[in-house]
Design a protein around this ligand. Structure first.
Ligand code: SIN
Ligand code: CO
Length: 383
């Protein structure tokens, strides 16, 4: 199945209408989001990825009234038979493994990359489910193969099952339910109770997940950032040449607290350092990402490749920008303002063909900026 880059995945709903009335606000069912959809990724592909050490996968079964979870990597023999009690396997970050999955995520470009998390794919046998639950993040649930019934609730208060190691709602009340066929999709904002139950033995569901950093994460990571970028005189120490006698030697005097408060108050950060922090934080790759580094290459050889081949971001790479400042996998890219249009194109389209558009000087400047990213394995060439 080939995807058309221009495919509009929201059916009759325009992007403006979706963002204004549904995004982070209310569920939306889109029948036939992609007509005649046939999933190029099937359960056997998932089973292969789930055996990989680096992959993040879970197996969920509902046995004797208890929801049970096992974490991957799985051996093929770990997977229950289809005829066993219903089960579901879920594998995260599928966009790191299949170019099709990466191009599928491109259909959701109407949401900024900084909010996009990954494509997770689940396979379930008939009646397989991960149980009634809610997620803290927005999600599009795209039915790729087989059929699944989705029930959603409009409850504000949930009680959770204490016996289960996964989050299961015990007081779930269904408000709406739909049976999704291949090509149908359901959008859910955060914290909406939902329960998907497979109706076939070949049920494959794609979850397009979004991310949103928590306030604690933003603030605590900002303090770490400030610490790492502290510009101060390390050799300067507290001085008290005007010390006067004090009655209680154990007391910290008001002079001492005042002097030390002044030192703390001298900590300063401006808008541009906060923006640097935001660019670095939001472009961090997913936890435990491994990039395969390359042997150093001469600038000349690299420049030659730039003109003949297409540069593409590695599927694990996150590249974002704030105005003319670029960030890739948590690192700031130093580049002259003159070349930002090339980098913007690379960040937006995730690939760029430079070909003959460059003169020698420009090619050299881009080569200097991009070569370390190539050696780090953040960018690749496609022929
Ligand atoms: C599934 O694919 O079975 C579960 C996805 C979800 O509920 O978020
Ligand atoms: Co969910």
């Amino acid at each position: 199945m080939r995807l058309n880059r221009k495919t509009h995945i929201l059916g009759k709903t325009s992007v403006n209408d979706f963002l204004k009335n549904y995004w982070q606000k209310k569920p939306l069912l889109i029948k036939n989001a992609i007509p005649n959809f046939v999933s190029p990724i099937t359960e056997s592909d998932l089973f292969i990825i789930a055996q990989n050490e680096e992959a993040v996968s879970r197996l969920i079964e509902h046995k004797q009234g208890i929801w049970q979870v096992k974490y991957g990597p799985f051996k093929k023999s770990d997977l229950p038979k289809k005829t066993n009690i219903p089960w579901t396997i879920l594998v995260q970050n599928i966009n790191h493994y299949f170019p099709f999955a990466e191009s599928f995520l491109n259909l959701f470009k109407f949401i900024p990359y900084a909010r996009l998390d990954d494509l997770m794919i689940s396979y379930a046998t008939k009646k397989g489910s991960v149980g009634p639950h809610f997620d803290s993040y927005d999600v599009f649930l795209f039915q790729a193969q087989g059929t699944r019934e989705w029930k959603i609730s409009d409850q504000k208060k949930f009680t959770l099952d204490k016996k289960s190691s996964i989050k299961i709602i015990t007081n779930f009340k269904s408000k709406n339910s739909w049976v999704l066929k291949p090509g149908d999709m359901l959008y859910l904002p955060p914290n909406i109770g939902h329960w998907g139950i497979s109706q076939s033995d070949d049920c494959v569901t794609y979850s397009i997940g979004f991310r949103a950093p928590g306030t604690f994460e933003i603030q605590s990571k900002f303090l770490d950032f400030i610490q790492d970028h502290l510009i101060t005189n390390e050799n300067e120490i507290y001085k008290d040449p005007n010390l006067t006698p004090q009655k209680n030697p154990a007391e910290i005097s008001s002079n001492m607290t005042k002097e030390m408060r002044n030192i703390v108050d001298r900590l300063r950060w401006d808008k541009s350092s906060i923006n640097h922090f935001i660019g670095q934080l939001l472009s961090e790759p997913i936890e435990n990402s491994i990039f395969e580094t390359r042997k150093p290459l001469s600038l000349k050889a690299f420049e030659k490749s730039i003109v003949h081949k297409t540069l593409r971001l590695n599927s694990k790479t996150r590249m974002l920008f704030i105005k003319n400042n670029f960030y890739i996998n948590g690192e700031f890219i130093k580049i002259d303002k003159k070349y930002t249009s090339f980098l913007k194109q690379l960040a937006n389209d995730r690939e760029i063909s430079l070909e003959s558009t460059l003169n020698k000087r420009d090619l050299n400047a881009l080569g200097i900026a991009l070569l370390p990213l190539y050696v780090a394995g953040f960018i690749d060439f496609i022929q």
